[in-house]
Design a binder for this molecule. Sequence first.
Ligand SMILES: *Cc1c(COP(=O)(O)O)cnc(C)c1O
Length: 423
Amino acid sequence: MNNTDSPAFHYVGGELHCESTPLAQIASQWGTPTYVYSRSAILAAYQRYVAALTGRKAMVCYAMKANSNLGVLSLLARAGSGFDIVSGGELARALAAGADPSRIVFSGVGKSAADMRSALQAGIACFNVESAAELDRLDQVARGLQRRAPVSLRINPDVDAKTHPYISTGLRSNKFGIPAAEALAIYRHAASLPGIAVVGIDCHIGSQITSVAPYIEAAERVLDLVDALAAAGIPLRHIDLGGGLGIRYRDETAPAVDELIGALLACMDSRGHGDKTLVLEPGRSIVGNAGVLLSRVEVLKPGVEKNFAVIDAAMNDLLRPALYDAWMDLWPVQPRGGVGRVYDVVGPVCESADWLARERALDIAEGDLLAILSAGAYAMSMASNYNSRGRPAEIIVDGTRAHLVRAREPVAELFSGEALLPP
Ligand SMILES: *Cc1c(COP(=O)(O)O)cnc(C)c1O
């Protein structure tokens, strides 16, 4: 069962702990369902990137859509991390968490003029522009503010990241980026616009990538363009190769951070671009294995075909299984040690897609606590209020201390902005 890369979560005396704090203690203090993150696991994952980039011009921009809790962001901001944002909402969160705007890059296919304005006023490092239309809109907005927007064009390198289709982003058929064949012309246009300052180039080919090869393939195509641009008199300062490094949920073997970065730097060096700043945008690999979703068994429903364990967490709290058919490990917080039964672990939401784990052998009783592992990324940040369920609380554990970094969402807040129709 111990096959998940989550050293921060381990059993001590028959009790699952996060760092030195028993999860049962968190459940009794704050209830369930609750997300629990390890401070040291998040920092260690971030430091692996920093260490692999030592001595190089580089910027690590945590892709905050993976987990945008202010506690998590403040921890990373204090450690010196930059941020990759995808909306005006994320910009506001990053700034509220103490992020340095000069270390923020702004990605996304549909930036509104209002979002562009806020980001320009904040003084972000770069807009990762995904279309010619976006470039012209950004030029207009920047000129209106009498500024020049720092820009990189996001290239779609048409490489197969060999991941789930919903999280593959670097194929020609995906909505993301500018085809490499059109890039030179759009860069030329960008260089002619008074509201635009061309500073870099970027790509992001997908998520949960488990080999180095597609990264190198993408990097080679991006570097071809860097060469072509230099020849056209458009020099670039930075090369942003996105995020996407996979983590172990079950038995996946993703490359280590230093292996990936070593290969990327070697590729840049061999092409004569070792002097450029390397920007990376890791999300999942920073927070994914640093969190669990803590939940309690509500009822057991033994059946002819299947046994169901209905728990108090559901697809609205953790969408990955329903959305991506994702397998996530599930550990009892206080294991009973018996054989038990095989269960489908489901939530109380009225959808058959509302499952969290299928066909797991568990020795459990009603009221027992379960931890769903590797739930630090694309988990709480994707939670919704479907079925009028308030979203879970969030806790960051630091040794023996547990900090509430988001209170459980009260039901009254769910409809506080709504109104009865006048009679
Ligand atoms: C989501 C995203 C990332 C982060 O991807 P991970 O797989 O979480 O590392 C980085 N860059 C962009 C543009 C993204 O959309």
